[in-house]
Design a protein around this ligand. Structure first.
Ligand code: ZN
Length: 292
């Protein structure tokens, strides 16, 4: 099953919902960053949320960034998505290892630690939208639920999960976001809360063979769920040697001259996809000519 997101409405548009299967993109993130299991789970959850939240944006060129700045050993997580659900991201310390938590699960909260969640939406306006909330549990899904309620005033339920294989590759990954519109009837809210309290984890549903459509049907079938859209999603970085060259040009003549004086090729790493770009001394000399 290739990765995709479905969007849906239910209860006569009083509910809007998203569900995603993201195994391939989380596995891609794991392999390019060589993340430990707990880092894979943390990054995978935020990538899954980012992909779904990216599709909430309207503009072709809109960019969403989710940033966790916290004191745990993973040293922060950054995820960026566009409105077509192309997503990329990285963690500060990909090889973080922690013992399992009290439930015997990967200790994402322990790895992330106490801190802040920042949501930045660049919609081509003068200033980007920035929402910032304090992490509630550092398990990521609950932190996003809190963000939606307090920063966007949209009551939401967020479920995110990453399940690992014994060989530490990704077995399943996915998530859902269910949001209530301001005019939602109390009866709908009560019934939905009851329904959500009955659900098992999103990864157990995916592992049992449920598709995103089936997950939404399980959660919202009683509310007349209607799938409105299906969007492919993938881990995708738009870096190129040309873009990296532009970045080097921007650091200025003096620093570039110093690199040339070292008489060694330089290597520039893209944090998002961990690709290394090498520039020879000869290339640096060409770059110097283009620099101001
Ligand atoms: Zn890249």
């Amino acid at each position: 099953m290739a990765d995709y997101i479905v969007r849906a409405t239910a209860a006569d548009n009083q509910i809007r919902a998203f569900a995603a299967t993201t195994r391939d993109l989380v596995e891609k993130a794991r392999s390019v960053h060589n993340t430990s299991p707990v880092a894979t789970a943390a990054l995978g959850r935020l990538l899954t949320a980012g992909a779904m939240m990216g599709t909430m944006m309207k503009g072709e060129k809109d960019i969403l960034t989710l940033q966790i700045k916290a004191g745990g050993p993973i040293n922060g997580i950054t995820v960026t998505a566009d409105s077509k659900a192309n997503v990329k991201g990285y963690v500060g310390k990909p090889d973080v290892m922690l013992p399992p938590n009290a439930k015997g699960k990967l200790d994402v909260a322990g790895a992330v630690g106490v801190g802040l969640l920042q949501v930045i939406k660049d919609m081509g306006l003068k200033e980007p939208y920035v929402g910032q909330t304090v992490l509630q549990t550092s398990e990521i899904a609950e932190d996003l639920t809190y963000y939606f309620a307090t920063s966007e005033q949209v009551p939401s339920s967020v479920g995110l999960g990453v399940l690992m294989e014994h060989d530490n590759t990704v077995k399943q990954a996915g998530g859902f976001i269910i949001q209530l519109m301001p005019f939602t009837d109390d009866a709908v809210i009560d019934a939905l809360e009851k329904k959500l309290s009955e659900v098992t984890s999103v990864t157990s549903m995916l592992d049992a063979g449920d598709t995103p459509e089936m997950i939404l049907d399980k959660l919202l079938g009683d509310f007349g769920v209607q799938i409105t859209d299906k969007v492919p999603t993938s881990f995708c970085c738009n870096c190129t040697k040309h873009r990296v060259e532009k970045a080097i040009i921007s650091i200025g003549k003096k620093d570039i001259q110093e690199m040339i004086d070292d008489e060694k090729p330089i290597e520039v790493n893209c944090h998002f996809c961990n690709t290394n770009y090498e520039f020879s001394v000869e290339e640096l000399k060409q770059i110097l000519k283009k620099s101001k």
